[in-house]
Design a protein around this ligand. Sequence first.
Ligand SMILES: [Zn+2]
Length: 233
Amino acid sequence: MNMKKIAALLLIVSLMIPVTTSAAPTPGSEVVWNVQTDQKLIALTFDDGPNPVYTPQILDLLKQYQAKATFFVLGKRVKMYPAIAIREVNEGHEIANHTFDHHFLKNYPPERIVEEIRQTQEVIFDITEQMPSVFRPPGGFYNDALLQSMKEDKLTVVMWSWYQDTKDWKKPGADKIVQTVLGNVHNGDIILFHDLEGDCSQTVEALKRILPELQQRGYQFLTVSDLIAKTRK
Ligand SMILES: [Zn+2]
């Protein structure tokens, strides 16, 4: 068979194959854990807030070091502390979705979680006039059904660099939090902190040491969306 015949045959065969319009997501393929970059860029993230006492202290520190961060807020807490959510946005930080009530997918049907995510999008938009484009699942639990819904809702699912989980919610001491971050820092890291309900003083103490040290080392602090956008160019 000559080349022309082969090409014609291939064309016929390709026309016979039905076009797939909706491919199932590859598990994990649409989840961002960290970002590959040779630039000294880092994303600081704070989950479960706002906290009426500690989030303002964190915002003061971020301002002092010209750092931008991402706040994965809970819808119910944005309703409780709207002024802090507005301050986050006004000071150039990213406000992101972490559900309304922090239920874990392992204990809850995905449809309920998706409902909560959509409710939280509305709450955040009503209060801050910003529509989040990033979501982080409570406890880090997700499955294909949740990823598919997030794709439909145009929300990027963002986790954290596995070695940059400060576990600050367990209150391990400011020293330990500082050590976890500074001891493992890499370009493109997504660092996980919490400004959850209750005492976050260790997180604040740790930030007072982490921010100047990383700034000294030449790192720049970006929102998660900016980090992703900058490195996908
Ligand atoms: Zn959380």
